[in-house]
Design a protein around this ligand. Structure first.
Ligand code: ATP
Ligand code: MG
Length: 402
């Protein structure tokens, strides 16, 4: 059994000793059968949230009403969820209520795809009511039960189908694709944040072109912010990203906005509800990429970019444009910079005001900009004495001109 499960066995044992059923479920079971790296190990149990809280010394309640409690052990923490069934979905996204139940089978029945609806005992036996193993072998994504119903309950599942096809290099069953077409418009009810999570996972996968074509064919693409006419451009980046993935969000979205020729980048990324920090990094990446525009890096460009942006731009360009990344050149230029920002200049605005004995004004930043340029090009050394000497010379020249 995978080491991640071994570490979690004590949690199952505690639940079982108290007379409850407990299993590993969902993505971790799927990934271990596929011999993929196992991510979060999730646990399903017949114990109620209250019972779970009372059984373990350290827990975090992240949604008792939905049945999920985090159990914190010395090594890790696990989501432990009470077996539940979900009632009607009147809004295409959230069940009107959840009912805690005693049946594992019913709990597995509410899950999205057959490959995600298997359970595993602490001895490693697989419980598979919905042909999950068979579908893993066939590399097929099928909903558990009627696809039409499952997508009308929760429209996000359609996007999840596409992202799993990309991550796992699976195809989506015909019936499931048909139901995606029929229910595509329901995706409009889903929050952008949840769509963004799935879309990013899709773009980090290995079967991106297939998944994007599914989104296009089913019209789901029209319900993602501002990419409905961009299937060609996205497919082109998809081909590149299948070879080498970009893991940083700022890198991924820089690739998207550049390749799709997005004009108002800020607005586009705001519509995807990305955090300000990511938006800021993407905008900076694009600005530097445009400055670079096929020329080579030099002191001024590396200074303007800063090391993080410079390296990100090199990585994205190497993936999208197929250029050889110039990491060493960038690093060496950065290390040799005499200053890394204006704050590193050996004198500051206050010093200048004292030296000139004049009121503060635009003239201060003009001189600092000039100094910055001189120091970067290497014509002035960044020490207080050389800089002061240069400033005094400028001052004298100015006075002479009057
Ligand atoms: P990942 O590797 O991305 O974490 P995962 O399969 O673990 O993949 P999660 O989103 O973490 O996916 O969800 C855990 C499990 O919960 C899924 O495997 C599935 O059984 C169930 N699940 C998650 N989202 C849904 C949904 N929208 N509808 C039905 N079942 C879901
Ligand atoms: Mg998971």
């Amino acid at each position: 059994m995978n080491a991640a499960f071994m570490r979690a066995i004590p949690v199952l044992k505690v639940l079982k000793q108290e007379g409850h059923e407990a299993y590993f479920v969902g993505g971790s079971v799927r990934d271990s059968l596929l011999k993929r790296e196992v991510g979060d190990v999730d646990i399903a149990t017949s114990a109620t949230p209250e019972q779970i809280i009372n059984m373990f010394p350290k827990t975090v309640d992240i949604g008792k009403e939905h049945g999920t409690i985090i159990v914190v052990t010395e090594e890790e923490s696990y989501e432990v969820t009470t077996f539940r069934s979900e009632s009607t979905y009147s809004d295409n996204r959230r069940p009107d209520s959840v009912t805690f139940i005693k049946s594992l089978k019913e709990d597995l029945r509410r899950r999205d795809f057959t490959i995600n609806a298997m359970a595993m005992t602490e001895t490693g036996s697989i419980i598979d009511y919905f042909q999950g193993k068979e579908h893993l072998k066939q590399k097929k994504i099928h909903t558990v039960g009627n696809a039409d119903e499952r997508f009308s309950e929760d429209a996000l599942r359609m996007l999840r189908a596409a992202r799993f096809s990309s991550q796992l290099k699976f195809t989506i069953s015909l019936k499931t694709v048909e139901a995606m077409k029929a229910n595509a418009k329901r995706l409009a009810a889903i929050s952008v944040e949840r769509k963004t999570v799935e879309f990013e996972k899709l773009l980090k996968g290995v079967n991106i072109v297939y998944a994007l074509n599914i989104l296009y064919e089913t019209n789901l693409l029209s319900y993602l912010p501002r990419v409905s006419g961009k299937v060609m451009q996205l497919t082109q980046i998809g081909e590149k990203l299948e070879q080498t993935s970009l893991n940083e969000r700022s890198e991924l979205w820089t690739a998207v906005v550049k390749s799709c020729g997005i004009e108002n980048i800020e607005l586009f990324l705001q519509e995807w509800k990305l955090p300000k920090k990511v938006i800021h990094s993407v905008m900076k990446n694009v600005r530097i990429w445009n400055i670079l525009n096929n020329s080579s890096w030099d002191t001024f460009k590396v200074y303007e970019a800063g090391i993080t942006t410079a390296l990100e731009v090199e990585r994205i360009r190497s993936v999208i444009e197929g250029t050889q990344p110039q990491y060493e050149i960038v690093k060496s230029l950065y290390e040799q910079l005499p200053i890394r920002s204006k704050q590193d200049l050996a004198i500051n605005g206050t010093d200048l005001i004292h030296m000139y004995g004049k009121k503060p004004g635009k003239w201060v930043s003009d001189i600092l900009n000039k100094l910055e340029e001189k120091v970067l090009e290497g014509t002035i050394i960044n020490t207080p004495s050389t800089i002061k000497e240069w400033v005094l010379q400028c001052k004298m020249k100015q006075e002479k001109n009057y």
